[in-house]
Design a protein around this ligand. Structure first.
Ligand code: 0O2
Length: 223
């Protein structure tokens, strides 16, 4: 068995072990509740803003809980002890939400409106749109603290929310697929092509935004 395979099977065993504990199962329920809280807030904003602006600020929302294997793999890689307590303390992306918008401007407005709500605490904000990653990755990442209300009281949970345009999401999903292709013959060439696509899509996002502004301005004049 090579080193990679040994690492994977160790992670698998650890993940299997911890995911059967009642503490882990309970923690995942809490994260699911936190996802529901944020999703509801976003849906309310979407409904209200769509009335005001005559369009939906976002097209879709996806959510996921990180799998036990991915959680444990990251913890082992970072030297974090494999306990449920450390998992909650050290891991920030167990609960994830992705909000897909048509326009960049809407994505920033939605993010600001969400953070302004008085039970939402912004822990960190990474703007990979203003400052894209070197490979071309673009998205706005917010790490939020949100209370959930249980019969034994209130509990604060962390949720990572990623905001992207449809174009950014298209790029990220292709990039994500390629990350798992270990057998690419010319990975550098593919990475360079992907970077060109990222820049082209960013240009397209800017042009679509401009078209939307023109349409909005003409509609305002005719009202
Ligand atoms: P998955 O399967 O989407 O959950 P960390 O999250 O702590 O490992 P960092 O640098 O703090 O590391 O996180 P960062 O940069 O905010 O990115 C975290 C998530 O953003 C990733 O989660 C991806 O979802 C997305 N992301 C970041 N960079 C890229 C990229 O170059 N390409 C793509 N496709 N997605 C990216 P995971 O856990 O990697 O994956």
């Amino acid at each position: 068995m090579n080193q990679n395979n040994r690492f994977s099977s160790e992670v698998e065993e650890l993940a299997k072990g911890i995911s059967r504990t009642s503490e882990f199962i309970r923690l995942m329920i809490y994260y699911r509740c936190a996802i529901m809280e944020i999703q509801t807030k976003l849906n309310v904003l979407n409904a209200e803003l769509s009335l005001q602006y005559d369009r939906n600020p976002f097209e879709s929302i996806e959510s996921r809980l990180k799998s036990p294997e991915s959680i444990v793999e990251k913890m082992v890689r970072r030297g974090i002890p494999i306990t449920v307590e450390d998992m909650e303390l050290e891991m920030t992306d167990i609960a994830g939400i992705r909000v897909i918008c048509s326009f960049q401007e809407d994505l920033y407005s939605l993010a600001d409106l969400l953070v302004e709500q008085d039970d939402v605490l912004l822990i960190s904000r990474k703007d990979y749109i203003a400052h894209p990653k070197p490979n071309g990755y673009r998205s706005l990442h917010l790490l939020l603290d949100i209370p959930i209300f249980l019969y034994r009281g209130k509990r604060h949970m962390k949720v990572e929310v990623q905001f992207r345009t449809i174009a950014m999401d298209f790029w990220a999903s292709v990039d994500h697929k390629l990350k798992y292709k270990k057998t690419l013959r010319e990975p550098e060439k593919v990475a360079a092509k992907l970077k060109i696509c990222a820049d082209t899509l960013a240009q397209m996002d800017a042009e679509m935004e401009e078209i939307r502004r023109t349409i909005d301005a003409e509609e305002d004049m005719t009202e």
